[in-house]
Design a protein around this ligand. Structure first.
Ligand SMILES: C=C(O[C@@H]1C=C(C(=O)O)C=C[C@H]1O)C(=O)O
Length: 368
């Protein structure tokens, strides 16, 4: 065993303090520069959004690629996303509406995309998120579109049928359920487990093995479950780790879902189309013409050009009986020449066609 030297520890900590002072000074210098950029932008277009997602992506990609380590690459992204979010908030924090309440996985997705310095505007329903952005009460909106185990979120697809909003980004997030407890409570003393029915379902086997004595109690959201657990001396909740932070609970166990690879895809509703990055996805909303071969006519212009269709989903239009709207996800950007050609051809093959958005393909967080 090596001899523990308290002086060496104190020296190292002093060195860390000195580095922290430098980091802090540099952060403030950076904030000053970002504020200058803000002033420049406001001279050109006073009403414009200062947020520049393309520039932010370039900053993150450059720093991650140039990072020599040992500082972890994923942390470089998280930290610089936060730094940019904070710099931007000096001008005006981004207002981000999302399916709430606070602490839900959609909130987590919004924080991942826009950082903790953005202004969180939790909404009660998916429709309310659309309305907040449509009425310019929010700069962006975040809604779930599909879950790896539960499938499409129909409410989101239906909202697009009646909305002029476009998709400007997607977020792919692992949905890791955690077991949350009041700080003083032990697993063996839990009598009630609160959660959203879907979350309880996702963790059925773990709960049977570790909390056979506890009743399952359904809550309207995982965050509401965390709040209920906080108020129940013998209660626990299945929710996100963010909910633990927000409601003052302890994370007793992480990743308790039965299927380890659980993930949800979210889309960001925004005011501006995203520019091409070379690895994009385009979401189309097409009303097929009635009659035989309608679906084939929709797919053929894409297939002939080798454009990869990653998802197709249909929803009744609710305007006419047996009329369907098709949501198509195609790899590529609407401005790519081949995609552009396909869209022109599709325009005449469908009763109507709307490009809901082209945006960078998301990489699963933690799997970069
Ligand atoms: C400073 C700018 O404005 C914002 C802040 C950024 C930053 O802190 O690096 C990057 C992009 C914008 O969202 C900029 O456009 O360069």
């Amino acid at each position: 065993m090596t001899h523990f030297d308290p002086k060496a520890l104190a020296d190292l900590r002093r060195s860390i303090d000195a580095v922290d002072d430098q980091v802090l000074a540099l952060l403030n210098r950076r904030a000053g520069l970002a504020a200058e950029v803000g002033r420049l932008k406001s001279e050109v277009a006073p009403e414009a959004l200062f947020h520049a997602p393309k520039r932010e992506r370039e900053v993150l990609n450059r720093l991650e690629a140039e990072n020599p380590g040992p500082f972890p690459g994923a942390a470089v992204r998280t930290i610089f996303q936060e730094i940019m979010s904070a710099c931007l908030s000096l001008e005006k924090p981004l207002r981000v509406a999302f399916l709430g309440p606070e602490g839900t996985f959609t909130h987590l997705a919004a924080r991942h995309q826009f950082g903790g310095s953005s202004q969180a505007l939790p909404q009660g329903t998916i429709q309310a998120v659309f309305q907040a952005v449509e009425r310019a009460h929010a700069d962006y909106g975040v809604v779930p579109v599909e879950n790896a185990t539960e499938g499409a979120v129909d409410t989101t697809l239906d909202a697009f049928l009646d909305s002029p909003l476009r998709i400007c980004a997607e977020i792919l997030l692992p949905v890791d359920q955690a077991l949350l407890l009041r700080p003083e409570l032990e697993l063996g003393s839990v009598r009630r487990v609160y959660s959203h029915p879907q979350a309880l379902g996702q963790c059925r086997r773990w709960l049977e093995a570790h909390l056979p004595q506890a009743d399952r109690i359904e809550a309207p959201s995982t965050s509401e479950a965390a709040r209920l657990a906080r108020e129940d001396a013998e209660g626990a909740a299945v929710a996100s780790e963010l909910a633990a932070e927000l409601f003052g609970l302890r994370v007793a166990e992480t990743r308790i879902q039965d299927l380890a690879a659980n993930a949800t895809r979210f889309v960001v509703l925004g005011p501006k189309a995203a520019e091409p990055t070379g690895r994009d996805r385009t979401t189309l909303l097409a009303m097929a013409q009635d009659g035989p071969g309608a679906l084939l006519r929709l797919l053929e212009p894409l297939a002939r050009r080798g454009l990869n269709l990653s998802r197709i989903q249909s929803r009744p239009t609710r305007r006419k009986l047996w009329e369907y709207a098709f949501f198509l996800d195609v790899e590529g950007h609407a401005e790519d020449p081949l995609m552009h050609e396909a869209l022109v051809e599709l325009q005449s093959a469908c009763a109507s066609l709307k490009v809901l958005g082209s945006y960078p393909q998301a990489v699963m967080e933690g799997a970069r």
